[in-house]
Design a protein around this ligand. Structure first.
Ligand code: ATP
Ligand code: MG
Length: 393
């Protein structure tokens, strides 16, 4: 008997002729995710992937936890791989179920068999029935419940036979790297990490840009953003984080432009800089954590004026979500606790008491003409941008 991890993937199956490309990418991402856990052999067979550790003390729990973070994977199971012989099926089913009962105290069960290997002489219902009977006669506390069992013993008869009970759900999506690259505007807040996660889930590679206004925002605020990028990187392996010094530009806006337009003008310049960095690194779209109507800069008028300054597509995966829905995902993906650390963001430092919620593009353009030398300031900010290669912790 060998312990292996069974990996199921879903949507990739729909990809027709591209399917091998997606599968190979997924396998590559699995290898990277499990790097450091010890030697494994990874095989693909009939729309399943099997991860077989080659070392004795392999940390199954941690490896499975890691795999649930790899996009493209729908679920994983710890599985026992045995020879396709009925005596072995009996022996190891009993061991597996005894172990399960000891850990979980289950009382009722059923057996479900799938026979892919038609050379095996017994049919699926017969295997289920015989194994069920074997378990019942050896474990007196156990009874069958076909409608609502506390666990199901799955038996998959293939070249080898796989037996298991646990199915651990993962996030689905598509393998990161199958769909080009985007630039995430990453603040220290709750929303933008979630937005980045949702894009990565669709197979997109993420780079991130963060604007900071030292000394108005602290070194610790920047570290918080690096930490958020590290958490995001557990889902997409590596993130280049572009940290843009934004103080001079903010001070100029603060000095020259009407205060009720400050946020929107600042947002527009963030977009300009993000777009230019994107062009340099080959990112094809911008991503923000904006959600319709959440704050003054996220009314439809504000979003339209913000968009008007760039020509790249801007994706806002949270646009239709309520804050509590975003928070739910933030908790699930483990960014929430870091996001709520109380360090100031550059937007909160220079914020108007009464921001304009219905900005008009002509007026904003007019105000922006007061920012003489802004082109040089933008170029300088891009020149002075620090690129941090962030990897998962
Ligand atoms: P978040 O929780 O992501 O900070 P928010 O609800 O606080 O969002 P805003 O502060 O208005 O909203 O920011 C809207 C979006 O603008 C953010 O989701 C992010 O994509 C981008 N953004 C804001 N501040 C910064 C920053 N300092 N650096 C990079 N992007 C930023
Ligand atoms: Mg914010």
């Amino acid at each position: 008997m060998k312990k292996v991890i069974l990996v199921r993937y879903g949507e990739i199956i729909l990809k027709g002729l591209n399917r091998p490309v997606f599968e190979d990418k997924l396998i590559g991402n699995i290898k990277k995710a499990l790097y450091g856990f010890g030697k494994v052999s990874i095989t693909k067979s009939q729309a399943r992937i099997y991860v077989e550790p080659q070392t004795e003390e392999y940390d199954f729990e941690a490896a499975m936890d890691k795999l649930t973070k790899v996009f493209g994977i729908v679920s994983v199971s710890p599985v026992w791989k045995i020879n396709t012989e009925f005596e072995e099926m009996k022996e190891y089913s009993l061991k597996l179920v005894e172990d399960l009962i000891e850990r979980k105290g289950y009382k009722t069960f059923k057996v479900e068999t799938k026979r892919g290997n038609k050379r095996f002489p017994m049919q699926s219902p017969e295997v289920s029935r015989e194994l069920g009977a074997h378990l019942l006669s050896n474990i007196p506390s156990l009874s069958v419940d076909v409608n609502n069992p506390s666990f199901i013993l799955y038996v998959e008869v293939r070249e080898s036979t796989y037996i298991y009970s646990e199915i651990i759900p993962a996030n689905g999506g598509l393998p990161v790297g199958t769909n080009g690259k985007v630039m995430l505007l990453l603040s220290g807040g709750i929303d933008s990490p979630v937005a980045g996660w949702m894009m990565a889930k669709r197979g997109v590679e993420i780079e991130a840009v963060h604007f900071y206004s030292y000394p108005y925002t602290s070194e610790r605020a920047k570290e918080k953003v690096i930490e958020l990028a590290q958490i995001l990187a557990t889902y997409c392996q590596r993130i280049n984080l572009h940290v843009v010094p934004f103080t001079d530009i903010q001070l100029a806006i603060n000095e020259k432009c009407p205060h009720d337009q400050m946020t929107i003008i600042m947002r527009r310049i963030m977009m300009i800089i993000s777009e230019r960095i994107s062009r340099k690194v080959g990112a094809l779209a911008l991503v923000t954590g904006e959600s319709m109507g959440q704050v003054a800069s996220q009314t439809i008028q504000s979003l339209a004026v913000t968009n008007a300054v760039v020509s790249m597509p801007v994706f806002r995966p949270l646009i239709g979500m309520d804050k509590n829905e975003v928070i739910e995902i933030a908790r699930k993906i483990n960014t929430f606790e870091t996001s709520i650390l109380p360090y100031e963001d550059c937007c909160t430092v220079f914020v108007a008491k009464h921001p304009n919620t219905r900005p008009q593009l002509e007026k904003i353009l007019q105000s922006e003409t007061r920012l003489e030398g802004i082109e040089d300031m933008i170029n300088k900010a891009i020149e002075d941008t620090e690129v941090i290669k962030v990897v998962a912790k």
